[in-house]
Design a protein. Structure first.
Lengths: 512, 339
């Protein structure tokens, strides 16, 4: 309680509130532009946060993400191109509603459900993170090792459409994480005799390259084409919106809950939450045949879900230092830049700051109502920003950001190389999120493994020697077995129901 | 092993040249528009660059930035903090040492440099700088987990002495880092073979405290200022500080000498320096500016808030201290087999 009051004191200051407002506008704008996902938005924001104090920096990121995840629905509904991967699950559905003349209704429903989901996720974050942290103060190398394994396995095997491609992407990330002086022996690895590589490859320029530079390249090479935007004015019928949300209140609750749980898993975030909730809503619907024809039920569930996950994915990031998705991977980078080590002790050492993140999330979700309202009104203008103006601006921003991290050209070279790599990976349907998570989590994985081995003098049984470690280890092995089980199940089912098998891999675009 | 070390050294040598070029480039760029260097009388007539060899947001960086902001008010010229990271601090220290000694490039000097000198990775010993002042020194300390069986350093050292090697573990930095040296030096001085306790490398003081609180390692050695929040929460139990005096915020924690009678101190420190060959006149002006910033309310508040101790040494004292550390640290590294 004391911490909460201190946090409120930290956040309710004019400068912080102005930062949050600015981040709102930026997040809406970024999310509304197809291709500028929440991750790219944060990537662009990071260089600016160098100059902010920790509270402002984290509040800006939290706000921009919450906004961008909602704003991704705008082009989804109007153009059938999801603005962020988290909106992909129901872009089709929302666009069908637009074709029926209910576009503004669809967006307003998505807005309300986003806010509700966001609030549920924020509350989950605020209550569970401190408890989890208290509990995990007992965690030693073995538990962290398994948590890192779970994060990597989820990212590569469960979140990616194609586990093999997910593993390839993950391996690239792990390889990049190995560059530099080895923590344990101090021996240089993969530095090729260059001094610049001794400190390792800095994660933030890579991330800027992988997301922002690659996106600029993709835009130049494949200008996106969506459905023609509907130019008719579509009025919002608030009573209909209210009725819809009320009718599907169970879906709001279920979507929020699924989003919160999926988000809280290391290695999974809002993209997956949205697909899972959409699928669950369909399965439990009384009218599943209406899905895909402009039916709001799935929109309700999935838009609540992705915003809930946006908040709860900070739980493993703050408590264990193990990011849930690429956004929180960046957040961890920012935390380190600000001299804050994520981990359970952050609640002992810096509790007001952590609580101020919770407060910022709550404010962001409340700001979402007016800002989202305006955004829906202006949606068509937002979508009309010419790309040939926007893309060069983004490129300049990315280069400045990549340089600023270390004031060295190495950052720019890293970002460009990562951008080209990421472009070719994405062109060939390799997900890039496992690469980013591999880079961040890979370091933790290796470090905890080596520390455990040194402390236990090479005794591998230590990884199953403590009850929680044993449980986490078993979970990890189950995740490894999941693709094999799914493969066997598919083989058995395949001749009977080929459609089902296809739907199973429907999470495809989300991996982007 | 020897092969990898020789490549490391050659890599360092090669980049030392690169860093030197870069440093002169920095010097040049900050000289742009300033016209020919005028007499020292009107110093400073253009912005001053403060090179920090560590990343933005870290301990040294925030100390430097706060000091720079306070210096600006005093000098009426911007003091720009430039982070030149890499090579365990070598790039930044080198950039500063090889800049023009014109009073427009200053930088931080950290304890880590003495280790690099001892390892033969650089020749940047104390005489390669003009020292301005020492701002901060944090004594290493021995702490155990809140649930630990040990209540005193004496009991801990006895146990290490009597139990077989590898029974206990210690952590605090990477292998050969300053807190590792502090620990190894303590054991050597107490007549114990450092190899009796396994050193578990960690990313730094913070993460190692988390590990000792969880019971993953037996001992950790970061300063009491870093451990303070966890000490207050009862998760970490401090046994002794390696300072010459007790830590004022935890006055019940004895020094090593008081606890076990071993005359051993070890600390990390941060100084402000300039390239060698700075004129006495400019040095004195810089000392005055740094002193005023050091005494300012903003700097004092910041140091208190972060739990950093404020320790002042003037130029002569700082130079002598740096030189003695170069020798002392190298001796420990040799004794502990970490060179």
């Amino acid at each position: 309680m004391e911490n909460l009051l201190a946090a409120i004191d930290l956040v309710f200051r004019l400068d912080i509130l102005l930062v949050i407002l600015g981040a709102c506008v930026f997040g809406i704008f970024a999310g509304a532009i197809p291709g500028i996902s929440a991750t790219v938005a944060v990537a662009l924001l990071v260089p600016i946060t160098f100059f902010m104090e920790p509270v402002a920096a984290l509040a800006a990121i939290a706000t921009a993400v919450a906004m961008a995840i909602f704003a991704g629905d705008l082009p989804g509904a109007l153009l059938r191109i999801p603005g962020t991967p988290a909106s992909a699950a129901y872009a089709e559905e929302a666009h069908e509603m637009t074709r029926k003349g209910q576009g503004a209704n669809a967006l307003t429903i998505a807005l309300f459900c986003s806010v509700l989901g966001g609030v549920v996720g924020t509350l989950a974050l605020s209550f569970s993170a401190p408890l989890l942290a208290e509990f995990s103060l007992e965690f030693q190398y073995y538990e962290y090792f398994w948590l890192a394994c779970i994060g990597l396995s989820t990212a590569a095997l469960v979140s990616a459409t194609n586990p093999v491609k997910g593993l390839v992407s993950l391996s690239i990330g792990l390889l990049l994480a190995m560059v530099g002086l080895d923590l344990i022996s101090g021996a240089p690895r993969f530095t090729f005799g260059t001094f610049e590589l001794m400190e390792g490859i800095h994660f933030i320029p890579v991330m800027i390259g992988v997301f922002a530079v690659a996106e600029v390249m993709r835009n130049l090479i494949h200008p996106p084409r969506g459905a023609e935007a509907d130019t008719r004015e579509q009025p919002v019928d608030y009573r209909a919106v209210g009725r819809t949300v009320w009718r599907y209140r169970n879906n709001v609750a279920r979507g929020s809950l699924i989003g919160t749980l999926v988000g809280a898993l290391p290695g999974a975030g809002s993209d997956i939450a949205s697909w899972v909730s959409f699928g669950v809503a369909k399965r439990f619907s009384r009218t599943p045949e209406k899905f895909g024809t402009g039916h709001p039920e799935g929109i309700v569930a999935a838009s609540a879900s992705n915003n809930a996950a946006t908040c709860s994915t900070w739980i493993p990031s703050i408590v264990f230092g193990i990011p849930g998705d690429s956004v929180t991977a960046i957040v961890i980078g920012v935390l380190f830049l600000k001299g804050l080590e994520p981990g359970p002790t952050v609640f002992v050492e810096n509790a007001p700051l952590v609580y101020s993140i919770f407060v910022a999330f709550l404010i962001a979700n409340l700001f979402l109502i007016p800002v989202g309202y305006v955004a829906i009104k202006l949606a068509k203008q937002l979508l009309r920003v010419p790309r040939d103006v926007l893309m060069p601006i983004i490129l300049v921003f990315t280069m400045v950001g990549a340089y600023a991290i270390n004031n060295s050209m190495m950052g720019i070279a890293t970002a460009l190389a990562a951008g080209i790599l990421s472009f070719f990976m994405q062109e060939n349907d390799y997900p890039v999120a496992p690469l980013i998570l591999g880079m961040v989590i890979g370091v933790l994985l290796e470090e905890n493994f080596m520390q455990a081995m040194i402390a236990q003098r090479g005794d591998l049984t230590a990884f199953f020697g403590r009850p929680i470690a044993a449980v986490l280890g078993t979970v990890t092995i189950l995740i490894w077995l999941a693709p094999i089980a799914a493969y066997i199940a598919r083989r058995r089912k395949a001749p009977a129901d080929p459609k089902e098998a296809r739907a199973g891999s429907g999470a495809g675009p989300s991996a982007r | 092993m020897s092969k990898s070390k020789s490549t490391l050294v050659s890599a360092v040598r090669r980049t030392v040249v690169g860093a030197g070029l870069l440093a002169s480039a920095i010097g040049l760029s900050s000289g742009l528009g300033a016209g020919p260097a005028l007499a020292d009388d009107d110093w400073p007539n253009r912005p001053i660059t403060m090179i920090v060899p560590w990343g933005a947001g870290g301990g040294t960086d925030t100390v430097a930035r706060t000091l720079a902001a306070a210096m600006e008010q005093n000098l009426g010229q911007p003091v720009n903090v430039v982070n030149r990271t890499g090579g365990s601090g070598l790039i930044g220290h080198n950039a500063m040492a090889s800049a023009k000694p014109d009073g427009y490039t200053i930088g931080t000097i950290n304890v880590d440099l003495s280790q690099l000198v001892c390892k033969g990775l650089t020749d940047l010993s104390a005489d390669k700088f003009t020292h301005i002042a020492l701002l901060n020194a944090e004594a290493a300390a021995v702490s155990v987990g809140g649930e630990s069986e040990f209540d005193s350093l004496e009991a801990a050292l006895d146990a290490i002495r009597n139990e077989p090697a590898g029974t206990y573990t210690a952590s605090g930095t990477g292998t050969g880092g300053i807190y590792h040296l502090a620990w190894a030096g303590l054991l050597v001085e107490a007549g114990i073979d450092p190899a009796k306790v396994a050193w578990v490398p960690s990313q730094g003081g913070g993460p190692s405290l988390k590990d000792v609180a969880a019971g993953a390692v037996t001992f950790v050695t970061p300063p009491l200022s870093t451990a303070l929040p966890l000490v207050k929460a009862g998760k970490v139990k401090p046994l002794a500080t390696m300072g010459a005096e007790r830590f004022e915020k935890l006055p019940d924690v004895p020094t090593v000498k008081e606890a076990v009678g071993v005359d051993w101190t070890s600390q990390t420190w941060r100084m402000i320096g300039a390239p060698a060959g700075l004129s006495d006149d400019l040095r004195d002006k810089l000392v005055e500016a740094v002193r005023a910033a050091y005494d300012s309310e903003t700097f004092t508040d910041f140091m208190n808030e972060r739990g950093f101790s404020k320790t002042w040494m003037g130029p002569e004292e700082a130079r002598a201290f740096h030189a003695s550390e170069d020798t002392a640290i190298c001796e420990v590294m040799k004794a502990a087999g970490l060179q």
